[in-house]
Write a protein that binds this ligand. Structure first.
Ligand code: T46
Length: 139
């Protein structure tokens, strides 16, 4: 079964403002090997449109907002990210699309593995077949 959930981060705030730290065991269930961020997204753009075989990720709208469409092969759910205090954890074989980026959206993504194009499932029918076959990842 596909695995995704919202994580409410523990925040280290003081009178100066807020600070959130993310590492394995502290706001993240996995060791972080890679980070990337998506910004300056043009109006009407839809990104993603793929699933991953093994990758675990946490996506955070550190500024602005965007919406993830999460599809586990049985149901689709819209999840709006609009706070640096919250991250969307996605583990493995989940189809994801991102839409409705605000002009000021900076989407930071923390990943469990280095970039590997072979981990992507970019064809929706292939994704559905893997779900139907009960595929749960190689690791
Ligand atoms: C995901 C969603 C949430 C790299 O060379 N290294 C990287 O680490 C990444 C993430 C991408 N790239 C290259 C591959 C493409 O030529 O950057 C280009 C744009 O990547 P892509 O079209 O895959 O971007 P999105 O926004 O559709 O998807 C990304 C991640 O790739 C994906 O893992 O889950 O964000």
């Amino acid at each position: 079964m596909a695995n995704y959930k919202l994580i409410n981060f523990d925040s280290l705030g003081d009178e100066r403002g807020s600070l959130i730290a993310i590492e394995k065991g502290n706001n993240s269930p996995f060791e972080i090997k890679r980070a990337y961020y998506i910004f300056n997204t043009q109006d009407g753009v839809v990104r993603g449109l793929h699933a991953h075989i093994n990758l675990k990720q946490i996506a955070i709208a550190v500024s602005g907002s965007c919406t993830f469409i999460i599809d586990d092969g049985e149901k689709r759910e819209d999840i709006k990210l609009s706070s640096p205090n919250q991250g969307l954890y996605i583990d493995g074989l989940v189809w994801r699309e991102m839409k409705d980026f605000s002009n000021d959206c900076v989407l930071v993504v923390l990943a469990s593995e280095n970039y590997d194009e072979n981990d992507y499932v970019r064809n929706y029918d292939d994704f559905l077949k893997k779900v139907k076959d009960g595929f749960t990842g190689n690791k």
